[in-house]
Structure formats: C-alpha cells, structure tokens
Design a protein around this ligand. Structure first.
Ligand code: ADP
Length: 244
C-alpha cells in the first residue's frame, strides 16, 4: 500500500535521510525507533511532505510523488490528504474548542457541510473518550486530552495512513497510557500506522514491524520479537540496552 523508494533528505550540506526503501502493507503498524537525531521525524515529515524530499519516490496506493522532477503544489496537497499527522506538541488551534478543532479540516478543506462535519467530529471525539469535552478549549484540557483531540482531528480527514511523531513524549507519565490506548484501538480497527516513539512497550505489544533507524539509514527491521529479543546488528543492541 505504501511504497518508499530511494528517499533522501538533505538540509543544505547536512544529509539526514540517506536512502530509505520501505514497503508497508495495508493495516500494518510500523514503529520507528532510533537515537535522537537519527532522522525519524524528518522521515515521517517527508511522508506527508511537510519536508520536501531531496530525492526519491513515495507512493500511497495509486498516488505517487516522484521527487526526481518538480512536483506540483496540487499533487502535494492531494498526497498530503492521504496522511493524518499527529505531532508531539499537539498543534491544536488554541482559539477553537475540541469540536471546532476536529471540524475545521473537513469544513474548510473538504467542504463538507457543517452539520455533517459536526456529527462526525462528535463521533470521533467520543471514540477517543472525549464526548464530555467537546466544548472545551485546548487550555482547559490536559496534555493527554489535547493529544486525543489531535488524533480525532487527524482522523476527521479520513486518511489512509496515520503518522505519529512521538505522540506521547511531551506528556506527563500518567497521561501516556490514555493516548497509547487510543492508538491501540485504532490499530485493532485496521488503520495503517507509522509511529515514531520511545515507548518500547507499545512497540512490543502493538507493532507488526519495528524499524531501527540510525544515521539516516534503516539499520534493521523485523518483528518486535526479533528486534527486541534477537537483534542482529550491534548498533541495534547498543541502542536497546539503554531501555533495559
Ligand atoms: P530524530 O527524529 O531521529 O530525533 P530528526 O529527524 O529530528 O531526528 O533530525 C535529524 C537531523 O536533521 C538532526 O541533525 C537535525 O538537527 C536535522 N534537522 C531536522 N530538521 C531540520 C531543519 N528543518 N533544518 C536543518 N536541519 C534539520
């Protein structure tokens, strides 16, 4: 379903992603792990074209962006709409309620009638356990609640794949679980997900595949059991030893 070929991203002289090839099947949960600065966030941001790849091809179903030639704004916007991004820092609109945040994309981008968008936003907020908070503003919500609004907001655009960039790392420890549970439920429903996280428990329990990235390359990939219990590469072993 998702196909990434020869992905390269440079920031000026700095080579951050050095050639990544990856195929992901529909409904799979892929967790990206790796040291800070290894390029995980940049990789994810390339997939929804918040960063423009320097080289390579990305494909979701029949939609392809080939960065060996100029890509139009329209094709980027279309491609981006296939992905839902959840950020570490929630990035909610502060002047809108939870409901307003979730309705905004469908109404302004997809031109869905307000009444329909509202119904769907209410359903999504219920799904993430916030039925009683729909009229609250972000400042009235805990970090975990804000992040769950962030997930509902991304889902409202009906993406084919959800991208999570360290969704729990800004949260107090006691709030991490509620966000991970929402993600686990999404996984159970068959959503295709790519998740950058340091939550190794989540990776072990939920991932179909774990990918270890270091220095802009995929060093090793495999089933969580293989990566966590029988890593082949020295660098993977070293990285994981910190979490033991
Ligand atoms: P990770 O998510 O694994 O911690 P990142 O993708 O955030 O890694 O960063 C990888 C490298 O790319 C780092 O050296 C970082 O400083 C650099 N980098 C990320 N974004 C930019 C940018 N917008 N401009 C310049 N350098 C960047």
């Amino acid at each position: 379903m998702i196909s990434i070929n020869g992905l390269v991203k440079n920031f000026g002289e700095l080579e951050v992603i050095k050639g990544i090839d990856l195929n992901i099947e529909k409904g799979k949960i892929v967790v990206l792990i790796g040291p800070s600065g290894s390029g995980k966030t940049t990789f994810l941001r390339c997939l929804n074209v918040l960063e423009t790849p320097t080289e390579g091809k990305i494909q979701i179903d029949e939609n392809v962006l080939d960065f060996s030639r100029p890509v139009s704004k329209k094709s980027v916007a279309q491609f981006r709409s296939l992905t839902g991004m959840v950020f570490q820092s929630y990035n909610l609109f502060p002047h809108m309620t939870a409901l307003g945040n979730v309705m905004e994309g469908p109404v302004t981008v997809k031109k869905i009638p307000k009444s329909e968008a509202r119904k769907r936003a209410e359903d999504l907020l219920q799904k993430v356990g916030l039925a009683d908070k729909i009229d609250f503003y972000p400042f009235q919500l805990s970090g975990g609640q804000q992040q769950r609004v962030g997930i509902a907001r991304a889902l409202a655009m009906e993406p084919k794949v959800m991208l999570f960039d360290e969704p729990t790392s800004a949260l107090d420890p006691e709030l991490v679980g509620e966000v991970l549970r929402v993600m686990e439920n999404l996984a159970k429903e068959g959503m295709t997900m790519i998740v950058v996280t340091h939550e190794m428990r989540f990776a072990k329990d939920v991932a179909d595949e774990v990918i270890f990235i270091d220095g802009g390359y995929i060093i090793e990939r495999g089933h969580p059991d293989q990566i966590f219990n029988h890593p082949k590469e020295e660098r993977t072993k070293q990285f994981l030893s910190v979490f033991e």
